[in-house]
Design a protein around this ligand. Structure first.
Ligand SMILES: Nc1ncnc2c1ncn2[C@@H]1O[C@H](COP(=O)(O)OP(=O)(O)OP(=O)(O)O)[C@@H](O)[C@H]1O
Length: 280
């Protein structure tokens, strides 16, 4: 029983105070992960945990393997070594049916939004419900309308095609689809990329509000320093094939590492920090 193994580990009983709420569980634990493409080693000896209810920001230079890490957890990239435990279950030990049950508890928003261009917003959001639940199409569409409202889209948006929408609306619709099955963990790959600063800030605020209301955990790959400062409980830095540090933003920013110092204390980092202080 893999979960029994956890009970003797330091992080199993770890209690953290995250934005006003105590969380006491690890939902994802990655142990000694290795990922390769041919002779290119992307991850080696990578360790990381995601705690229940937290928003974990994942940062690192381009090509350090943030998206590959996300894809490994959600089952889109077979890992080459190590272990990933999700909800106390070792992924490699699960059969197809068990794995599908775990993956059903994930919501994923990919970098490009990834809506089906031939389906309107309502059909896009209803699709996972039609495919993965016994709901009838009218029932699925009723829930899809609620999800579209939840992310702040007007009722009239349901019948619109993705091509007719702004970037911010597409991100919201993609978020509605990621939330369709009421996930326990939401995976977001650069959700604010390509958005203007006002739309990006609104998206960040929406994410925070939904997390506080619904209590899911978030694995958030981002380059956006404003997002890190405004929504993340902890930040993990990927560098040199591993997670260099995973801690509060304050502790991460104080870590003595050239990339971290450049990233958090360069001009953009200082501006994001100043903006966060101003908005508090
Ligand atoms: N399907 C693939 N085949 C071969 N190599 C790949 C594949 N997917 C990713 N890689 C390589 O893995 C490495 C990590 O890629 P990944 O997309 O995870 O980086 P990233 O940190 O998300 O980068 P960015 O911040 O630029 O999006 C890169 O060197 C990339 O070329």
């Amino acid at each position: 029983m893999p979960w029994q193994r956890y009970t003797s580990c330091r992080w199993a009983g770890d209690q953290r105070h995250i934005q006003g709420a105590y969380v006491s569980d690890t939902v994802i634990h990655i142990d000694n992960l290795e990922n390769r493409f041919g002779t290119t080693v992307v991850h080696q000896g990578l360790n990381l945990s995601v705690m229940r209810g937290e928003i974990l920001g994942v940062v690192g230079g381009s090509g350090t393997g943030k998206s590959v890490l996300l894809r490994s957890i959600v089952g889109l990239k077979p890992i080459d070594d190590g272990d990933i435990h999700v909800f106390g279950q070792r992924l490699a030990a699960l059969d197809r049916r068990q794995r599908a049950a775990v993956e059903r508890r994930f919501g994923v928003l990919f970098q490009q939004g990834a809506l089906y261009s031939s389906l309107n917003l309502l059909e896009n959001v209803a699709l996972p419900l039609v495919e993965h639940t016994p709901l009838s199409r009218p029932e699925a569409e009723q829930i899809a309308r609620m999800k579209l409202a939840l992310v702040g889209l007007p009722a009239g948006a349901a019948e619109q095609m993705p091509a007719a929408l702004s970037g911010g609306m597409i991100k919201r619709a993609a978020l509605a689809r990621a939330l369709a099955l009421d996930p326990d963990v939401l995976f977001l790959d650069e959700p604010t990329a390509g958005l203007d600063p006002i739309s990006a800030a609104r998206f960040d605020q929406l994410l925070l509000t939904l997390r506080d209301a619904l209590g899911f955990s978030v694995f958030l790959v981002t380059h956006d320093l404003d997002t890190l400062y405004s929504v993340c409980d902890r930040v993990a830095v990927l560098a040199r094939k591993q997670v260099l540090v995973a801690d509060t933003l304050e502790n991460v920013a104080a870590t003595q590492d050239d990339w971290i110092q450049d990233y958090f204390h360069g001009p953009r980092g200082r501006a994001a920090y100043a903006s966060m202080k101003e908005n508090r």
